[in-house]
Ligand binder design. Structure first.
Ligand SMILES: [Zn+2]
Length: 316
């Protein structure tokens, strides 16, 4: 992120921050989160000293609301300016931003920063449109699996896949990715992910792993790439097939987990995958700016409040 972006008043002025959020959440004017009233004639902004800023009254159900009701910000004690900066930092940091960095940069406690980061990941969770099948006739989908160690405990554990977490990723070259934490990457779990997410008319590109041999026959075509001794090499098969996009995704994810996050419990692994998937699917190579990426994440902040409770006790 450029330093100019940080001087945006939405990060310093609470009124500007709220107006920014209102513009994102209510592009056609406010609607009542209690009864759904969207007729502006029935919605009144309450102004003056006797009301807290940003308060609306719905004349249909007589209830009050602000832009944060029904979103991850609801009932938060953290100023919206800090929330917006947190979203911006997480959306624009290619390898993520640790709770420790958020704690220092936003001037909030470490615990608060940790919960804020998880709520931002919740907002980054893809919506219903992400259930549409990937690929399609004449289109390619790359699939691959990888394993990530539990770095803090690794010393006391013997090496081997047994103690690692399995991740399966699907990537459309020049397109989007979907990434899944699975208990165990085997023929069954990999098939389940492929057939649920990829149009069977697609061409599947994988490495020569036996995990894809049988399921590959269910797709229009299945081309494989040989992995060589030099993992950093570029592998292109005789028909131009590669798994480079999915390998690049894993490479960036692992650098982020190692360099920024260091460790995450298995319980939270999917949240971190979602965060990296979000940035990948809104990457600058697809023409998305840092600011636009933050706005997309903020749009996802709506309606996420209830699902958030799984994370645990909430100090925000
Ligand atoms: Zn209402």
């Amino acid at each position: 992120m450029t330093s100019a972006a940080l001087t945006n008043p939405i990060f310093t002025n609470e009124d500007k921050a709220r107006e920014h959020l209102e513009a994102i959440r209510w592009p056609n004017g406010p609607y009542c989160p209690h009864c759904g009233e969207a007729d502006q004639a029935h919605l009144k902004r309450l102004e003056g000293k006797s009301h807290r800023p940003g308060l609306f009254q719905c004349n249909s159900c007589r209830q009050h609301f602000t832009v944060t009701v029904g979103s991850v910000f609801e009932r938060s004690k953290i100023p919206l300016t800090k929330w917006l900066l947190g979203f911006h930092l997480m959306a624009s940091s290619k390898r993520g931003i640790s709770a420790h960095q958020l704690h220092r940069q936003l001037g909030i406690t470490y615990k608060t920063a940790w919960f804020m980061a998880h709520r931002i990941r919740e907002a980054m969770t893809p919506g219903a449109a992400s259930k549409d099948p990937m690929g399609g006739s004449g289109k390619i989908v790359q699939a691959d699996e990888t394993y990530i160690g539990n770095t803090k405990r690794a010393k006391s554990y013997r090496k081997g896949l047994r103690h690692k977490r399995s991740i399966v990723a699907l990537v459309e070259p020049q397109g989007k990715a979907r990434v899944f934490h699975v208990k165990k990457a085997n023929v069954e779990t990999v098939r389940e992910i492929l057939v649920r997410n990829v149009d069977r008319k697609s061409e599947l590109h994988t490495d020569e792993s036996g995990l894809y041999v049988q399921t590959g026959k269910e797709f229009a075509d299945h081309k494989t790439v040989k992995h060589g001794w030099n993992k950093r090499g570029v592998y292109v098969g005789p028909d131009g097939q590669t798994t480079n996009h999915v390998e690049n995704f894993f490479g960036n994810f692992k650098k982020g987990m190692k360099g920024v996050y260091g460790f995450c419990s298995e319980q939270h692994l999917q949240r971190y995958l979602t965060e990296f998937e979000f940035r990948y699917n809104n990457r600058s190579a697809l023409g998305v700016t840092d600011g636009e990426r933050a706005v997309t994440a903020l749009q996802g902040a709506e309606g996420k409040r209830l699902t958030y409770r799984q994370v645990g006790q909430d100090p925000l």
